[in-house]
Design a protein around this ligand. Structure first.
Ligand code: ADP
Length: 490
């Protein structure tokens, strides 16, 4: 990017429910961290607005500076609430945390819908009120997922005619499965939004429910999702989570922009969580050392020649784990090891624990959330499995490629857009893929990967280097977001 960017500057407020390193439960947290930083390098002035959860580590809390406080009307019966603003400036990005003990004092970002619905009704309105309070009116307000989806609705109703009402809005869908659905009277009570927004084209869903994401999609000026393929898929009944017709209706303002990863954090050359750091020039030798270290750390048989498959994932239905469960015994041929890292549904946690018992020394199931271990697996594994039922973008396959670990993925959503299948005739591609959601096809993809690894290591190694060389950074995607902001005339 040139130092002399002649395109007009844009100011953007990001509003979302999580952001690394303050609080992260999945890919949204990574995006809320990396995209604002990439945008600030592309002539954008970015503020990120987040809830001040109790679970944010003290090392960040203690550096926050008090920016002010006010009371805000929220509920239908006139109940008003305290809104505090705590600020933290870091690397060109301003983070403003919305403080309220009643909503955010319980610790974790998400608990259950009964508590989460009021929490994010409050958050959406408080974020806009805070922008007015700070007298900072951005050109664009960029909201993320259902937790911030009421922002465009509030903006065009209660905040129309206030300073922040001049801003344009972009709503990004990171995962359509989660929509913030509850009965109309409850959401009406917690927002005091006018009756007309609860019509069937906006918030109303079915006979008695209100859907916060659906309302946001209607009121936003632009909708984005995190890959081109997912943007198409969500307009079909299979992937549309009951909003496919609504999304088809709004398809003119919908587009897909694939995620990147922060190449500062995910850099095997500087990653101090690895046994040995490496780059493209020494990856073949040093990856072997990382594999050894991983096997030693996890109590697996130590052998340079086995094929190590990693799986770093939330353990939920979305991630295709029933396919893995169905064929894992047939993957275990004495030359293969499987390392799982994840938490989630009890059924999957237990089945992976069972496989660890059944194949001790060859399977290791780490039922936990552990950033450090994730880094060790990306560096020490030969391949990473991402057989998702649906995957809006997926970050783990991008991280894997950056670490020279070959992704084995199902061709859906962002996995399809970012992993080009290996072609043995032309010897190009980045990984192994399969199309239909079928355990036998997953097994076939794993076997194709193993065949190349064991019988044609030269071509495998070339792919390792090709993957490390692939541009998986945020720069290109951030430029597409910046262009989108420029399209939206203030
Ligand atoms: P999703 O957002 O659907 O969970 P993504 O692939 O977009 O999936 O992002 C997952 C992110 O969370 C990646 O950065 C991955 O490394 C991280 N992650 C997932 N599970 C764990 C875990 N158990 N421990 C550490 N990091 C994890």
């Amino acid at each position: 990017m040139s130092d002399y960017d002649l395109r007009p500057r844009r100011s953007v407020a990001f509003i979302g429910s999580e952001c690394y390193p303050f609080v992260k439960t999945g890919g949204l947290g990574d995006v809320m961290y990396a995209l604002p930083r990439a945008l600030s390098r592309q002539n954008c002035d970015v503020k990120v607005i987040l809830p001040r959860y109790k679970c944010i580590p003290w090392q960040y809390q203690e550096k926050m500076i008090y920016r002010g406080e006010f009371r805000m009307d929220l509920c239908k019966d006139g109940r008003s609430f305290y809104v505090g603003i705590m600020e933290y400036v870091w690397d060109g990005v301003v983070y403003d945390f919305i403080d309220n003990e009643e909503f955010f004092g319980s610790g974790n970002p998400y608990t259950n819908l009964v508590d989460d619905i009021p929490k994010f009704c409050f958050f959406a309105k408080a974020a806009l009120a805070a922008l007015n309070y700070m007298n900072w009116v951005p050109d664009v307000i960029h909201c993320h997922d259902w937790q911030a989806a009421l922002v465009p609705v509030f903006l065009r109703t209660m905040f129309a005619g206030t300073p922040v009402g001049d801003a344009k809005t972009v709503l990004t869908i990171h995962n359509l499965r989660f929509q913030g659905v509850y009965n109309i009277p409850t959401i009406q009570y917690w927002t005091n939004l006018p009756d007309y927004v609860f019509n069937k084209d906006a918030l109303k869903q079915g006979y008695e429910d209100a859907n916060m994401l659906k309302g946001g999609l209607d009121y936003a000026d632009r909708i984005t999702t995190v890959s081109g393929t997912y943007a198409g898929e969500i307009q079909t009944p299979f992937y549309g989570e009951n909003l496919d017709a609504h999304l088809r209706y709004h398809s003119g303002k919908l587009r897909g922009i694939v995620n990147g990863i922060d190449c500062g954090i995910w850099n095997p050359w500087t990653d101090n969580k690895l046994a040995v750091q490496y780059d493209i020039t020494n990856v073949l030798d040093r990856k072997r050392q990382n594999k050894r270290a991983l096997q030693e750390q996890l109590g697996l048989w130590q052998d340079d020649h086995v094929f190590v498959i990693g799986l770093v994932s939330r353990l939920t239905d979305q991630k295709g784990l029933d396919l893995v469960n169905a064929v894992l015994p047939r993957m275990m041929d004495g030359h293969t090891q499987v390392v799982v890292l994840g938490t989630g549904d009890e059924q999957y946690e237990n089945s992976f624990r069972h496989y660890e018992d059944a194949y001790r020394g060859s399977v290791c199931s780490n039922i936990m959330y552990d950033e450090g271990r994730a880094h060790s697996i990306y560096a020490g594994a030969d391949a990473l499995l991402v057989p998702s039922l649906f995957e809006p973008c997926g970050l783990t396959q991008l991280i894997a490629m950056r670490y020279g670990t070959i992704p084995i993925v199902r061709e859906t959503g962002g996995l399809k857009d970012t992993v080009q299948p290996y072609n043995r005739y032309t010897n190009d591609g980045n990984g192994f893929t399969f199309d239909h959601y079928d355990a036998e096809l997953l097994l076939d993809a794993v076997n194709r990967a193993k065949t190349l690894y064991f019988t044609n290591r030269w071509c495998w190694d070339e792919m390792v280097q090709r993957d490390m060389d692939k541009d998986v950074s945020w720069e290109q995607s951030a430029a597409q977001y910046r262009d989108l902001y420029l399209e939206l005339k203030p």
